[in-house]
Design a binder for this molecule. Sequence first.
Ligand SMILES: *Cc1c(COP(=O)(O)O)cnc(C)c1O
Length: 428
Amino acid sequence: MTITESYKQLNISSEVYDFCQEIWESLGERFAKIDAISEYNQLKVLGAMQAHQVSEACMLGTTGYGYNDIGRDTLEAVYADLFHTEDALVRPQITCGTHALALALMSNLRPGDELLSPVGKPYDTLEEVIGIRPSTGSLAEYGVSYKQVDLLFDGSFDYENIRKAIGPKTHLVTIQRSKGYQTRPTLSVERIGELIAFIKDIKPDVICMVDNCYGEFVETIEPTDVGADMVVGSLIKNPGGGLAPIGGYIAGKKACVENAAFRLTSPGLGKEVGASLGILKDFYQGLFLAPNVTANALKGAIFAANCFEKLGFSTVPNGTEERFDIIQAVTFGSADALVAFCEGIQAASPVDSHVRPEPWPMPGYDSDVIMAAGAFVSGSSIELSADGPLREPYAAYFQGGLTWQHAKFGIMRSVQQLADKGLVRLTR
Ligand SMILES: *Cc1c(COP(=O)(O)O)cnc(C)c1O
């Protein structure tokens, strides 16, 4: 069977194949650059694993209190090494990215302190952590105040107002690397470095924390290489490599990580407890695969941007822009097209390909939301996944793809879905 026949068996017509294949073949130069970054990062991960003598015994887990868990302690040393930090906390007891961020914030801020976001509104779920939206147990309830300086219209930093916002109470600055589900540009590590240098120049002892979600391994450097005191992220995104079934990490200055450890477990106990159960092999192997998995997701995102641009939709980032995270937004302009796109992604999944995603009134949103996710790990967004609120401008956000072959297929399947419903015309 030829490759086109294989695609045909999976419901990709020869018209869609030809349209997409021509675009795929035009991207060789960009893909080569991504491969070079993942090669560099693969060596970084491998080097850290070898330097800390990861051994067969590290794959086993502990139970109960988890004292002297060599696998857990070694993994944390590996993370600290590759982020070039003094210490790290990498735990299955950190349940998700929001939890990791809440932990880092709540353990490093004390009543009377002020938190500053100099890059605009943080990720949705952090609004309740901070208390921007009143919530039980928020930082606001504990007497931690919050200031925010938005980015300027052109996406640049509002240095003047950032300077004004830094006061005697300012204790921690939170910087979100990825745009998340906003329209601002994602920050490159270099730009994060410029911002941190500016802030440290005004107040050297302020803690600079970076929400690193979706950014890990996209570049050859990480925010901790340019002055960040702490980076925080989720293991069901990039650094888990698709294998970690849960978890989060905090890497940074010893004092910052220690604060987080004492909060995660208990004062007096800190990093000493926390059984790893049977999960470490997936953490190690996922981390080992993460540079390649991130590269695969990036190739899918760039391919999608180019396909949907050619079909007449606007994309953020666009087809030619440099990438600093793995998220791709496509503005479909109509509910039908957004739904068809998500149906295509779902139909391309290895799990639950037979179910049809439907828009539903998700808590916290003012309109229905449609989600496509056929993942091995529930909710994992390093696996190919998409979602979008059913309101103007009907934009879909999608990310992930454990292999580029699957990311490519997922996009082709969504183009097919749009074509089948007569929502696009394929022009070459
Ligand atoms: C995903 C994400 C989070 C929250 O992570 P969850 O695991 O969904 O709780 C926070 N910040 C950014 C930028 C993210 O992308």
